[in-house]
Design a protein around this ligand. Structure first.
Ligand code: FES
Length: 571
């Protein structure tokens, strides 16, 4: 059995190895235990994660590739999170999925793992898990769905739900038409077809070097996804032979590349939290400031919803992710490796852009400086982020009176009240939505525009929140405010009527209330009453240990790695 990890289970000549082999003989032949690498396919296919439901087909192709290369492929269903399905919010369960997957990778007799993800939280949780075990691993992103149309117009899954529902609230679309569009919104298997969080995290996995180069963005219904899955199956066997592990290719340089890519594609702000969490598992010193320092001056090259016009089908047709990276090659770390053992930049030379309306060239970017901007100030001492490319240019420097909501429920109860004291210059503040406060940091920061302003034609306002925003959403939204209100952050001290000043160019977010007055307000109702600590279960563990958004909202005891060894055996 050589030095393989799986030989610790199968390679002996004793009662325990007998047990391990005997129970696996249902389908495995005798030569499966002759030194071949055993590879788990960590599979997030689930009927309740509709974006990943096709991953069993992908798994079969990976299995073919592994077998062709002489490995033994083993399907390992792992915790799956359907963004639209699980309550109260999928982010509450990301760390649980990562922890459970990490433990199952470590606990089982495997030499490497192929990670099948798609819907928003699945690729982050898989990468966090694999990083903490550090066995040879690669990601296969499940790919976006094909574009659906409604009355001749393409539908951006997610983004157009927000747009159409706002039009309905504004009275420019009938309710009947809104519900008629429902059956056109999701047109095939695969994840959301905008540059939302799922598409972004597929690109992040590739930019990190964790996928076969050229796979991110391949549609879930494109035969090339299965072809690349077979190739990925062969590749994981090679990686095991070369002992190529996440620690070898997930380096500070690969995170640098991911940040550059995030800006160039106009990716989701959720990637900030996920990349910080993955880096935390590897002990890489990645900070919120790195996103601003590395990414904020990178040009936006991808004209996809929510920041732009097109969808993932168009992205692939126009050249795909590698063609974007080829435009910013000089900004990438030339040493950062991929799962192939070769640097990412090696794959960029022959990339072409076939439609420069979808993927702009470096010489004529859509926005000259587009990455995530990190804001600081007395309202966000540990930072907050804004995505200028999805914001209104005229609001990037703004001063207005706060209108405060203490919870999502409070916001829903009052936002459409005709007597709400609000105008287009108001700054909407929503708190109680951070990792601890909700708990789970939901995607609610892009609060709806009050109905009375919508009917006046207002479509964007400055909004400030300690929660997250859907990757498919847009607007001038300051999010991930840290510390959150429920962790004694100053967001809990804001009162309706206070002035808040946002200056994106100066990276500042200021509550114009002096320190003396803030001290009098402390501790506020929002910091105490609004935060009801859960009594038991995962939620209790989560609120007791979750970190703030500026470090990735992982649990404190999950940061770092435990390696792949299990020293005890109970048989
Ligand atoms: Fe799964 Fe959007 S709901 S990717």
């Amino acid at each position: 059995m050589g030095e393989r990890r799986s030989a610790q289970w199968y390679g002996g000549n004793d009662r325990n190895s007998y047990i391990h082999r005997a129970w696996m003989r249902r389908g495995l032949a005798n030569d499966a235990f002759d030194g071949r690498p055993h590879i788990a396919i960590a599979n997030t296919a689930s009927d309740l994660t509709p974006c990943n439901a096709h991953l069993n087909d992908v798994m079969e192709s990976v299995r073919d590739g592994i077998h062709e290369a002489g490995g033994v492929a083993l399907n390992l269903p792992v915790v799956s999170l359907g963004e639209t399905q699980v309550r109260p919010t999928a982010m509450l369960w990301r760390n649980m999925a990562a922890m459970a997957t990490e433990e199952m990778i470590r606990a089982n007799p495997i030499d490497g793992v192929v990670l099948l993800g798609g819907c928003d939280k699945t690729i982050p949780s898989l990468l966090m898990a694999a990083a903490s075990v550090n066995l040879p691993a690669l990601v296969i992103p499940g790919g976006p769905m094909k574009t659906g149309t409604f009355r001749g117009e393409p539908l951006g899954c997610g983004t157009d739900v927000w747009r159409l529902s706002e039009e309905t609230r504004a009275g420019t679309m009938t309710e009947e038409d809104f519900f008629l569009s429902e059956s056109s919104m999701i047109s095939s298997s695969g994840h959301c077809n905008t540059m939302g969080t799922a598409s972004t995290m597929a690109c992040m996995a590739e930019a990190l070097g964790a996928t076969l180069p050229g796979i991110a963005g391949t549609s879930a219904v494109d035969s090339r996804l299965l072809e690349k899955s077979v190739e990925s199956g062969r590749l994981i066997v090679e990686m095991i032979d070369k002992d190529l592990r996440p620690n070898d290719f997930l380096t500070k340089g690969s995170f640098h590349n991911a940040i550059v890519a995030l800006a160039a594609i106009g990716g989701s702000t959720n990637a900030v939290v996920h990349l910080l969490a993955i880096a935390g598992r590897l002990g890489i010193d990645l900070t919120l400031e790195d996103f601003d320092a590395i990414g904020s001056r990178v040009p936006l090259l991808v004209n996809l919803q929510p920041a732009g016009r097109y969808l993932m089908d168009d992205f692939q047709r126009a050249g795909g992710f590698l063609s974007v990276l080829s435009q910013v090659k000089d900004l990438l770390d030339p040493m950062a490796l991929t799962v192939t053992g070769r640097p990412l930049v090696d794959f960029l030379d022959d990339q072409k852009i076939w439609d420069d309306d979808v993927i702009a060239t470096r010489n004529s970017p859509l926005v000259a400086e587009a990455g995530v901007v990190v804001l600081r100030g007395n309202l966000a001492p540990d930072g907050a982020v804004i995505k200028p490319a999805a914001a209104s240019a005229n609001l990037l420097q703004h001063r207005g009176r706060a209108l405060v909501f203490d919870s999502i429920e409070d916001m829903h109860a009052r936002i459409d009240d005709p007597s709400l004291n609000v105008d287009e210059n108001s700054v909407l503040v929503l708190r109680g939505c951070g990792p601890r406060g909700y708990p789970g940091m939901p995607e609610v920061a892009n609060m709806p525009i009050p109905k009375k302003l919508l009917s006046q034609g207002v479509r964007d306002m400055v909004r400030v929140c300690d929660g997250r925003m859907s990757g498919t959403a847009y607007g001038t939204v300051v999010l991930h405010v840290a510390p959150e209100a429920a962790a004694n952050g100053p967001l809990g001290l804001v009162q309706t009527g206070d002035f808040i000043a946002l200056d994106v160019a100066k990276r500042s977010l200021t509550l114009e209330v002096d320190e003396k007055e803030l001290a009098k307000r402390r501790p506020s109702k929002a910091m105490t009453d609004a935060f009801a600590k859960p009594l038991r279960g995962w939620e209790r563990l989560y609120v007791d240990h979750v970190q703030q958004a500026n470090t990735g909202a992982d649990l404190d005891f999950l940061q770092g790695s435990s390696g792949d060894q299990v020293s005890r055996e109970s048989h």
